[in-house]
Structure formats: structure tokens, C-alpha cells
Design a binder for this molecule. Structure first.
Ligand SMILES: [Ca+2]
Ligand SMILES: [Ca+2]
Ligand SMILES: [Ca+2]
Ligand SMILES: [Ca+2]
Length: 378
């Protein structure tokens, strides 16, 4: 692997041994090689890939990358090319039951490449894809049950686009049981096509299963004040921007309880809207209680920014250093980033964010009394 001599400290990184090292933007300190190694996208690996839009995205927490591919192509990790994509969905209907084997399927659909997944896990086994049309305001129960002797870990998820191979448009997913079972709801006013991804992982990376789709059932009634299947909340209203959306989903930056009807609140501090490069006031606060009492902030950027941040934790204002801070940034449109200090009372980060709204959350694995957070953009 190419390595680079450390240059001026445009970006600080603390290696595990506690040495403060400086690497240029796009390079990370590699403690093993004692040098600055390029991040997966730094050497621009996508600009000459055929059928790619040239966009490089880091995956697997910065361990790997993928190239964006033009319509009709998908990123094939093994050959590092944009390969021709054809939707291989087999149609099923409510009431159907099909026996199948993921060994006869593809291996291109995989959740969790960007640190988030609608099942909570990766789905890196082989998969078969089914399409189903659901009437307006209806739902079905879908289950995936193993058949045969070999133990197979299945994952079942549903998306609205056959080409959504990373699950970015996933509407529901399940990977917690055996069989995997989920309810698929069409909350809309028109018939809609959904794509069911049935994924299996075993020693042979695939396996036999039976996919069962129940008869069509009436969907939940959003607005009746009762939280039903497919609803995250129900505030008895059909209005957006009050925490519970008109289609009964919890809105970004809100939390809702399960009372009848739901009560919603925005339990975070709204820092406001900032242009790239505009000053953001320093923040101090506390205490933060280990695991349970995070400090949460809402911030909006009017354009793409490089956000540089730092959190220092203290026993008291101006007191001794204390606490190991932990930070997550969650975007309204499925962006998620997490970083934590190893054994220090200080955490620094620098990331690129698109315009939009983000929640910054500070937490810790030990209590701290005060924190000081500085944020700047360019
Ligand atoms: Ca898969
Ligand atoms: Ca499973
Ligand atoms: Ca309801
Ligand atoms: Ca509402």
C-alpha cells in the first residue's frame, strides 16, 4: 500500500498509543506503518471507471469504497466495475407461498454499507428478489422460514425500487428471528409495487427457505389516535411538522410516546441555520450522564460544508479533564456518523456534509459535569 510522510497538521488524529499525529486531509494515521495512509476515496478511484458517475463513497466505516454507477448499472465490489443491472424480481401475490433457495440468486443486495441498516445488520448472503403489488391502504404479513437441515441466517427486507441494492429506500426489514417475519404496509392512496429481498447466509452463504405472504388485510388507520402496525405514532391529526407526520411517522428530530393519542416533543437544542463558513457559537453545558443522558443539538446548513468539531469534557467549568466523549451525527436524509475518544477527554472530527438538517448528539461511557463543543465550517 502507498504510504505518505506526515506533512503539516491540517487534521489532527490521536492514535491509540496517544501520539498526536498530523495527516493531510484525506489521509489517516496508520499506527502499524507509522505513516499517513490515504483514505479509500483519496486517490480518486472512480473517475475512470466505465459507466460510473465518478462519485466515490466510503463504506464499512472507511475501510472500503464504492463508485456511484449510472442508471442501469450497479457497483460490483469483486470486479470493481459498474456492471449491467437488470431487475430479477419474481412476482408474488397476497396469499402466495413459494419454496426457494438463495443459492440460485444474486449477491448484489447488501445493507449496512454506510453504517445503517433497516434490519440492524448486514445482509451479505445471497438473495432472491420478489415483487408484489399492494392496494392502497392495505397490508400483508411476509415470512421467511428455513427448510432443510442446514442452519441459515436469513434477512428479510422490502424496498420501493428494484435497483435499491443498498437499502437506502428500505421501508421495513427484519433480521432478529428464525423465521423472519414482517408486516408490509401500503399507506398510500394508490396501488404500489414493493420489492422483497430474501437474503440467506450460512457456511455456503445461501440456503433453502419458504416465503409466505398472507392474504391482503386492511392497513392501519392513521389519525384514529391508536399506534398500529406500520405506524410510529398517531397524534389523531393529519398534519405534518408537529412531531407525528400526516402518515403517522415520527418526524426528524422529534420523539413521540405510545399514548393514545401520541404526544411528541423535540428534546434537543436548536442551534439554528448556518451558511458555509459562518461562525457557530461555542457551546458549553452539562452534566452528561453515562449512557442515558445525552446532549442533543439540531443544526442546519444551507450548503455543503466541511464540519470541523471538537468536544472537551471537564469535571467542572475550567476544572480537570474528565470523561471519554462519544459523538454521533445523524442526517435527515439517512446520513449517519459516529466517533468516540479512546481514553481521552477530547474528541476531534472533520467530515463533509451536504446541505440539510443534522442532529449532533454527545454521550459518554462515564459521567461528565461540563463539556465545551466548538464547531466550524468551511
Ligand atoms: Ca445480500
Ligand atoms: Ca436472521
Ligand atoms: Ca392509527
Ligand atoms: Ca401530526
Amino acid at each position: 500500500m502507498l504510504t505518505y510522510i506526515c506533512l503539516h497538521r491540517l487534521r489532527f488524529a490521536n492514535d491509540n498509543a496517544g501520539y498526536l499525529t498530523g495527516c493531510l486531509e484525506g489521509f489517516d494515521w496508520n499506527a502499524e506503518e507509522a505513516s499517513c495512509s490515504p483514505r479509500p476515496c483519496t486517490l480518486d478511484p472512480c473517475s475512470h471507471v466505465a459507466h460510473s458517475d465518478g462519485i466515490c463513497l466510503e463504506t464499512d466505516y472507511g475501510e472500503s469504497y464504492l463508485c456511484g454507477c449510472l442508471e442501469g448499472y450497479y457497483w460490483d465490489e469483486s470486479s470493481e466495475t459498474c456492471a449491467h443491472f437488470e431487475c430479477a424480481a419474481e412476482p408474488v401475490e397476497p396469499g402466495d407461498s413459494v419454496a426457494d433457495d438463495t443459492c440460485s440468486g444474486t449477491q448484489i443486495y447488501n445493507l449496512d454499507l454506510f453504517g445503517e441498516s433497516c434490519t440492524g445488520w448486514e445482509s451479505n448472503g445471497s438473495e432472491l428478489v420478489y415483487s408484489i403489488d399492494l392496494d392502497a391502504h392495505s397490508m400483508v404479513e411476509v415470512s421467511m422460514t428455513p427448510i432443510g437441515d442446514e442452519y441459515v441466517d436469513f434477512a428479510l427486507w422490502v424496498t420501493t425500487d428494484c435497483g435499491d441494492i443498498y437499502g437506502l429506500d428500505c421501508v421495513v426489514g427484519e433480521d432478529s428471528g428464525n423465521p423472519e417475519e414482517l408486516y408490509l404496509v401500503n399507506p398510500g392512496d394508490a396501488t404500489r409495487t414493493f420489492y422483497i429481498i430474501a437474503d440467506g447466509w450460512a457456511s455456503s452463504s445461501c440456503g433453502e427457505f419458504e416465503l409466505t405472504v398472507s392474504e391482503l388485510q386492511p392497513g392501519p388507520d392513521c389519525g384514529n389516535g391508536v399506534v398500529e402496525i406500520g405506524e410510529e405514532c398517531d397524534d389523531e391529526g393529519e398534519v405534518d411538522d408537529d412531531g407525528c407526520s400526516a402518515d403517522c411517522q415520527v418526524e426528524f428530530s422529534w420523539t413521540c410516546d405510545h399514548d393514545e393519542p401520541s404526544n411528541c416533543e423535540q428534546d434537543l437544542e436548536d442551534l439554528g441555520i448556518f451558511d458555509p463558513g459562518q461562525d457557530i457559537p461555542n457551546l458549553t453545558g452539562g452534566p452528561v450522564t453515562a449512557y442515558s443522558g445525552p446532549a442533543r443539538f439540531l443544526i442546519e446548513f444551507t450548503g455543503a460544508v466541511e464540519l470541523t468539531g471538537s468536544v472537551v469534557t471537564l469535571t467542572e467549568a475550567g476544572g480537570d479533564p474528565m470523561g471519554v466523549p462519544d459523538m454521533t451525527i445523524e442526517g435527515e436524509s439517512s446520513y449517519y456518523y459516529h466517533d468516540s475518544a479512546y481514553s481521552d477527554n477530547r474528541l476531534d472530527w472533520s467530515i463533509w456534509l451536504d446541505e440539510g438538517r443534522y442532529i449532533i448528539e454527545l454521550a459518554a461511557d462515564s459521567d461528565f459535569s461540563y463539556y465545551r463543543m466548538t464547531l466550524s465550517t468551511r
